[in-house]
Design a protein around this ligand. Structure first.
Ligand code: G6P
Ligand code: MN
Length: 423
């Protein structure tokens, strides 16, 4: 069995290696075919992986490739986890919208749109080169648009992943004083725009509106990924759980002010830590039993992806929240929309569970985001400027045509090296 890892030089790779180690027994004999465009980072991460596998006696082999076709050759699973253009491109995605008074974010809004334009062509190339029966297990953002583009425009099999709901469920468990490992939430909607009206403890439904009613707004605790104060304020109003990315929609102007005040983008913040991060990984890769930093993707990220691959490969028929073709799972969205829902994952792929309608207070918003995502996917595949403009106009952040036109012109120029479809 062969798993291709595309983006294996990424800072998230130590977490992926940990995820593989935690399922090493189930994956015994597997070859990890690692690819990256950055040969130095690829070399570092594959050395680290070999060391970590050897130290734990894991029967996993590692090969390194800078040639995409060679990496994909014979793969049963293709795990995609890269940022086209890296953090430098992400900085542009975050700063261009902000200059127009809009939230600048790597996946939400016009920033995510620009990232989609770069990610989709690479994923289409991977889908073309991968064995036709391979499963693409995709983390590359924006995962819903990428998954949608590949699913509707190629014959490839793809599942879109995001581990956000794992950490969000943990956050709510903490806030509600409930044990996270016994909680299950029905997160439904679109990636980074999901909602949970149903929450169960040991399978028993909880009265969520009552729980939220009784909840006090916490004093702080914001991280780059989560903002408990805003989420509790919003949850109390909605009566159900919002995904942490809901802050970009419901606190849009306050977030813009905050981003402006901060003065540096998230990409710049991360870039500043990268040299020391990679030095630390290099130091660990020389040890007999490496224990690299968990700073990037150290939590659920790697395990969630490897567990999903295992669910497919071992026909586990397990419930996993994935991005997949709707097919009626969410009655408020088109059948051919790519949605994020709980699905039963086994050898023949994910089968989404029937979830009913979206909650009324966010139904229109989610439908608008879905229209945007679909137009964005088609624009990213075709390089059609009119579709690209329609996509931006459909996005809830964008309120006028002139803004959409400037965003598009600036975005296409800034990223032109990564946008072959628009040339
Ligand atoms: C969360 C999201 C991911 C995103 C990541 C960015 O985990 O679910 O989709 O890529 O945050 O984190 P960063 O530390 O790079 O800002
Ligand atoms: Mn995500």
């Amino acid at each position: 069995m062969k798993i291709a890892i595309i983006g294996a030089g990424s800072g998230y790779m130590p977490g992926v290696v940990r995820g593989l180690l935690h399922r090493a027994a189930d994956l015994a004999g597997t070859e990890l075919s690692c690819h990256d465009t950055d040969a130095d980072h690829l070399d570092l991460m594959t050395r680290l992986a070999r060391r970590m596998f050897a130290a734990r006696g894991a029967d996993l082999t590692v090969s390194a490739h800078t040639d995409l076709a060679a990496a994909l050759d014979g793969a049963s699973y293709v795990f995609t986890t890269f940022r086209p253009g890296g953090l430098a491109a992400r900085h542009l995605d975050e700063s261009i919208p902000l200059a127009h008074g809009l939230v600048g974010q790597e996946t939400a809004g016009p920033g995510g749109f620009l990232m989609a334009l770069r990610s989709v062509p690479v994923l289409l190339e991977i889908a073309r080169l991968a064995p036709p029966d391979a499963w693409i297990v995709n983390y590359t953002n924006p995962t819903s648009i990428v998954t949608d583009a590949v699913a509707r425009h190629t014959g490839a099999r793809i599942i879109g992943l995001c581990d956000q709901h794992v950490g969000d469920t943990e956050m709510w468990a903490g806030l509600l004083g409930l044990p996270a490992d016994r909680l299950e939430a029905d997160w439904i909607g679109l990636n980074h725009a999901t909602w949970a009206e149903r929450l169960r403890l040991d399978g028993v439904p909880l009265d969520l509106p009552a729980l939220l009613d009784g909840l006090e707004v916490p004093g702080g605790g914001a991280t780059p990924w989560r903002d408990p104060v805003r989420m509790v304020e919003l949850g109390k109003t909605l009566g159900f759980l919002p995904n942490s990315y809901a802050k970009y929609y419901f606190f849009h102007d306050a977030v813009v002010a905050q981003l402006r005040e901060k003065g540096v983008t998230r990409a710049q913040e991360i870039l500043a830590t990268m040299p020391a991060y990679y030095d630390g990984v290099a130091e660990q890769a020389r040890r007999d039993d490496p224990d690299p930093s968990r700073e990037r993707g150290g939590g659920e990220h790697g395990e969630f992806a490897v567990d999903t691959i295992c669910a497919l490969h071992r026909d586990e028929g397990r419930r996993v929240v994935v991005n997949v073709r709707n097919d009626g799972a969410i009655s408020s969205l088109d059948d051919d929309a790519t949605v994020e829902v709980p699905a039963i994952v086994g050898r023949s792929g994910p089968v989404p569970l029937t979830m009913g309608p979206l909650p009324r207070p966010v139904r229109g918003l989610t439908q608008a985001i879905q229209s945007y995502e679909r137009l964005a996917a088609d624009a990213a595949v075709t390089g059609d400027r009119r579709l690209a403009l329609q996509a931006l106009l459909a996005h809830p952040f964008v309120r006028d045509k002139a803004t959409a036109e400037s965003l598009l012109t600036e975005g296409l120029a800034a990223h032109r090296d990564h946008l072959p479809q628009f040339r």
